[in-house]
Design a protein around this ligand. Sequence first.
Ligand SMILES: Cc1cc2nc3c(=O)[nH]c(=O)nc-3n(C[C@H](O)[C@H](O)[C@H](O)COP(=O)(O)OP(=O)(O)OC[C@H]3O[C@@H](n4cnc5c(N)ncnc54)[C@H](O)[C@@H]3O)c2cc1C
Length: 435
Amino acid sequence: MIVVLGGGITGLAAAGILVEAGAECVVLERETEAGGHCRSLSAGRYTFDRSGHFLHSSDAAVLDWVLRIPGIAWREVSRDARVWLRGRLTPYPFQANLKGHDPAFVRRCLADFAAERIREATGGAGPDGDFAAWLLARFGKEMCRSFFFPYNRKMWRTPLEQMGTGWTGWSVPVPQFEELLAGARGQTREGMGYNATFRYPRRGGIGALPRGLSRSLGNRVRTSADVVRVDLRRKAVQTSDGREIFFRVAISTIPLPELAGRCEGLPSAARQASRALKWVKVLAVNLGVSGPGRTPGQWIYVPERSYPFFRVGILSNVDRSSAPEGSASIFAEKTFRPGVSVRRNAETAAAVRGLQRMGILRRGSVVEERRPVILDPGYVVFDRFREKAVALLTKEFRRRGVILAGRYGAWDYYGMERSMADGLRAAREAATAEG
Ligand SMILES: Cc1cc2nc3c(=O)[nH]c(=O)nc-3n(C[C@H](O)[C@H](O)[C@H](O)COP(=O)(O)OP(=O)(O)OC[C@H]3O[C@@H](n4cnc5c(N)ncnc54)[C@H](O)[C@@H]3O)c2cc1C
């Protein structure tokens, strides 16, 4: 029996492959339905996701596998992301679309960017060091001061000097100087970056994805089954209803610190490593708004501290069916450190005020639905302890028959595609180990 801990898209994808391979498996999911962060919810006439969940792809083979999951009709959508800064809405990425900002500001951005290129050409590339140094060396002072530093501080809630850079390659596009100049002239550089197009289900929100993945699994998915204890010596998993399941191989997609905390038989060095893992949780304030006017863009990066959120999304600009005609399905995202208690009503009211100041909610807009949801963990923090700690934990768990997979199981910055790909990898490994 292969036991899969957690029924988000990673666990479901893994179980699908195990079933195909003829392996016996069970998925244990704490909530009353599978899907994890990729569940959608309906409220009145609106559909919400747990914040924006758009399928970005970088691996043709995995995308092909995803597109063949039965029962989901996908649409390919061109990205229309924006940046809200200094009272202006400009295309994303900010660094490659400076046109529209005050000319003196644009000149400072260009000059500081050029100074870094000159430094590189004359002194060689400096050491990447921490995340703050990495940003400064790539973009120069002005763009860091006005955009990259405040945005990233708001998102990570961690001093950028304590963060590493291993994860930045795909998510922070660095333009060439010519591209920067073109963007400053107004030759829009929207296609730049990791996600120029993405896929989204035609119906049912992103929740259509876990529903599709679950379809072939039947009662192999056990919901309301909180994994409360994993005994690594006896190779037994205990759930909150008192049941015990024995395994030769398990796949864990539940958050790595949580898994370590619920394990018996983990060496103390590994347990200690798990305590070093850092993350932030995300509050996504979902709002169903009638008469909001029309704001362009699908999601908007908001770096300034005077706004409570770091990103705002307009789901109805991606999927018209998520809100009635003349209305919008909107989300605003804010991060918190894990131990902080979130005052949902106060945060929702603050988000509404921020959206009013941005002009997304206007006079006559009526907030018909409010659905704040928390994603915990939301983002793994890449500080200088993470890599070593994760390597140790991966090795120690693997030795004891537990394969770690997915964004939170493997403790990484995986989007949906990478998470599912990791689930597939783990399933193949588990099927081989099970024999
Ligand atoms: C704010 C935000 C925005 C995002 N936007 C995008 C996007 O636009 N595009 C994209 O590709 N990706 C996006 N992602 C990433 C995406 O959410 C993840 O890649 C994906 O959800 C990972 O799936 P998972 O199954 O590994 O984890 P999860 O979805 O977290 O699933 C883990 C499951 O384990 C269950 N579980 C936890 N503990 C236990 C326990 N003790 N016992 C039993 N079950 C347990 C949970 O209930 C959950 O169902 C975003 C993430 C966040 C936080």
